[in-house]
Design a protein around this ligand. Structure first.
Ligand SMILES: Cc1ncc(COP(=O)(O)O)c(C=O)c1O
Length: 447
């Protein structure tokens, strides 16, 4: 074992979604965090432009949350969630239900976004079965969708690299809508792009192809984050809602990224005015401090499964850590901060300034698109010849070296800072990015 302060042996840890070999030749290690900043292991300050992985919405190391967890760990470290309970799990469920769109007030706890997605898919199947429509077993996802890394999530997801190695073992009855990225029509849109409502009509085609009686649910991210910030076209989600309702198909919004203030409201559903039947949650639910997720279900969906079942366990699903005391304490403390500090409203009022700053990069070198919604921006770069993703990866490293954490997917750079971000920090983030893009351009021009 290495001594404190020494670099540990990096080889035993197999890192997730990471270029392990490259990382281990040039590690980027974080040591501490506070507010808007990380402190790297070498002491440099890094402004968190991505809320960790889209989760630290209230900023880092909030004492209200860390103290609540410490108290809970000392008082009730663990309580089984099967056939037993503890009050804070029920309180946390009630606090979440209060933030959900009207009618989605039944909460099932998981430990991650991926588990929330699997849980929502299983709830959809159980719901139809309970109502005598057990033949509804098909799911419709969307190209470029990200729904976590479980088998359910990668089956309905549409990110090719996440699927191809496992393609023989995906869920059997899944089809996909086309993605909504139309750069020729919508490049440099501010907020929701105008063109693309018609892409929702593809659902009519899939419904006709498979017959509605075989389809359990449609799952989409209301705003796709991990694939590189795809904002829903005006009217698109409304159309999905209309078609699914007409055919008795459940609509699932995967709000693992968008819930808890990212779009200036408690949910994207609330921000965009479209209410699904199930919402998957994680990340900002606990400010990223304790791994936890949840599914919010429409009460009728819950009741069809729970009230309609014979005596005994109604839904054979759950996790050892569903409703964990530490997660419950973290949720309660986190939601309290969001409310007390009006952070969702803060995100909404900062959004126009954020949009302006993001679009100031329109004329920066190699920028082919800028898109934004709430406190999210995606800056797309032209790919290098024969090396897709290389230019954005270069930008990621150079930003980090200058003290800014950005997120990169392919050639898209995503920014989604904690909702406590200050206007001058927003300006600095985009100025830094511009300088980095100029530097990359200058380096490319050098012989
Ligand atoms: C929309 C969406 N769904 C699901 C997930 C998976 O969440 P987790 O990594 O907590 O399993 C993510 C993670 O980024 C996500 O963005």
């Amino acid at each position: 074992m290495s001594a404190p302060g020494e670099l540990p042996d990096l080889s035993p840890l197999w890192m997730p979604f990471t270029a392990n070999r490259a990382f281990k030749t040039r590690p980027r290690l974080l040591a501490r965090a506070s507010g808007m900043h990380y402190t790297a292991a070498d002491g440099t300050q890094v402004l968190d432009g991505t809320s960790g992985l889209w989760c630290v919405n209230a900023g880092h190391c909030r004492t209200e949350i860390t103290e609540a967890i410490a108290r809970q760990a000392a008082e009730l470290d663990y309580a089984p969630g099967f056939q037993l309970g503890h009050p804070d799990a029920f309180r946390a469920a009630a606090a979440i239900a209060e933030l959900m769109p009207e009618g989605l007030d039944r909460i099932f706890f998981t430990n991650s976004g991926s588990e929330s997605v699997d849980t929502a898919l299983k709830i959809a199947l159980a719901y139809h079965r309970a109502r005598g429509e057990g033949q509804r077993t098909r799911f419709i996802g969307r190209e470029r969708g990200y729904h976590g890394a479980g088998f359910g999530g990668i089956s309905v997801g549409g990110i090719v690299s996440n699927r191809k190695a496992f393609s023989g073992a995906l869920l059997p009855a899944v089809d996909h809508l086309p993605h909504t990225h139309l750069p020729r029509d919508n490049a440099f849109s501010r907020g929701q792009p105008v063109v693309g409502t018609h892409l929702a009509d593809e659902l009519e085609r899939l419904v006709a192809l498979h017959d509605p009686s075989t389809i359990a649910a449609v799952i989409v991210e209301p705003m796709a984050g991990s694939t590189g910030v795809l904002v829903p076209p005006v009217g698109y989600l409304e159309r999905l809602r209309e078609i699914t309702s007409r055919h008795g198909i459940l609509l699932i919004f995967d709000e693992v990224i968008t819930a808890f203030g990212r779009l200036g409201a408690a949910t994207a559903s609330g921000a965009l005015g479209v209410t699904p039947d199930l919402i998957t949650l994680a990340k900002g639910i606990s400010n990223g401090v304790v791994p936890v997720g949840a599914v919010a279900a429409r009460r009728q969906v819950h009741d069809a499964i729970v009230e309609g079942a014979p005596a005994g366990i109604e839904f054979f699903h759950g996790y050892t850590y569903s409703g964990h005391p530490l997660a419950s304490a973290a949720i309660l403390a986190t939601l309290d901060i969001y409310r007390r500090e009006s952070l969702f409203e803060r995100a909404r009022s900062l959004a126009p300034l954020f949009e302006e700053a993001a679009h100031s990069l329109r004329d920066a070198p190699q920028v082919v698109d800028v898109r934004n919604l709430g406190l999210v921006a995606g800056i797309e770069l032209a790919p290098r010849d024969g090396a897709p993703g290389a230019r954005a990866a270069d930008a990621f490293q150079r930003c980090f070296d200058r003290g800014l954490l950005v997120r990169v997917t392919g050639d898209v750079i995503a920014l989604s800072p904690p909702l406590i971000v200050e206007p001058d920090q927003i300006a600095w983030m985009f100025e830094t990015l511009r300088r980095v893009l100029q530097e990359i351009d200058a380096a490319a021009g050098r012989p």
